[in-house]
Design a protein around this ligand. Structure first.
Ligand SMILES: [Fe+2]
Ligand SMILES: [Fe+2]
Length: 256
């Protein structure tokens, strides 16, 4: 397109055109699932026939997306940390904080994994997503705690010095109230035997946003090794109830 045509486009049209151009340079047709479009405020998806017509001579992508970091044949949790999680500093800081406080390895692992829903999947209900992803591979205490932190972070517990985070007032406004399902989750969690593990996630969470803290995933390799049951086929290539979630993270643009 000429410069005149380009300047007549809106920013979002230009972004679409760029994306279109990039797609044409790929060997296969990469598809955006409905969820990706919902995130852009559009309830739509392109069907196979329309895509084939747009990219003659090409097949649909049915494997790895060449634009993303390449995953090894048998990926481990560490590989997902390195190749798929969009940011890990918060998780590492939180886990480092728990480690320094002398908490046991299950608490440290729960802190290390508490927000993988956010950094690797979706923000909405991230505690539930994260818990479901790790459930087949960790002690029930760890996944339960990751799920419950979703609700607990909105409720204070003076016994461990946890207050409603100031940051939430900034992020959500002073009038924000958690929905009834979160309130009910909190009430159930309060009486659960693993309540304190989930509570410790929230305690270590609020102090873990220091941009200058030095953190390293290598410090947690042993704890992961002892507490996360890595499947021999590769994480996502096994047949656990959540393997498909890891595969989706590995191959987010597969046609089917
Ligand atoms: Fe969280
Ligand atoms: Fe967090």
């Amino acid at each position: 397109m000429g410069p005149q045509a380009a300047s007549a486009m809106t920013a979002s049209e230009r972004a679409d055109a760029l994306e279109e151009q990039m797609m044409h340079e790929l060997e296969h047709i990469v598809t955006k699932s409905v969820l990706f479009n919902l995130g852009d405020g559009k309830v739509e998806t392109e069907g196979g026939a329309a895509l084939m017509a747009k990219h003659p001579g090409k097949y649909m992508l049915m494997g790895a997306d060449p634009r993303l970091p390449q995953m090894p044949e048998k990926p481990t949790l560490i590989d997902y940390f390195r190749c798929r999680f969009a940011s890990t500093a918060h998780l590492l800081q939180s886990a480092t904080h728990a480690l320094k406080a002398g908490h046991d390895e299950k608490v440290v692992l729960a802190c290390l994994l508490h927000d993988i829903g956010v950094v690797g999947f979706i923000r909405c209900d991230h505690g539930y997503w994260g818990a479901q992803m790790i459930e087949p591979y960790v002690d029930e205490e760890v996944s339960w705690a990751v799920r419950a932190h979703q609700a607990l972070r909105f409720f204070p517990d003076e016994s461990v010095g946890y207050k409603y985070p100031e940051m939430y007032v900034k992020l959500f406004g002073p009038d924000y109230q958690p929905e009834p399902y979160i309130v009910e989750e909190y009430k159930r969690a309060r009486n659960h035997k693993h309540y304190m593990t989930a509570r410790l996630i929230t305690v270590n969470d609020i102090y873990s946003f220091d941009p200058n803290a030095k953190v390293n995933l290598d410090d947690f390799v042993d704890i992961i090794g002892r507490n996360f049951r890595q499947p021999k086929e590769g994480l996502g290539l096994d047949n656990s109830p959540s393997a498909h979630m890891w595969r989706t993270l590995m191959w987010p643009t597969r046609f089917l």
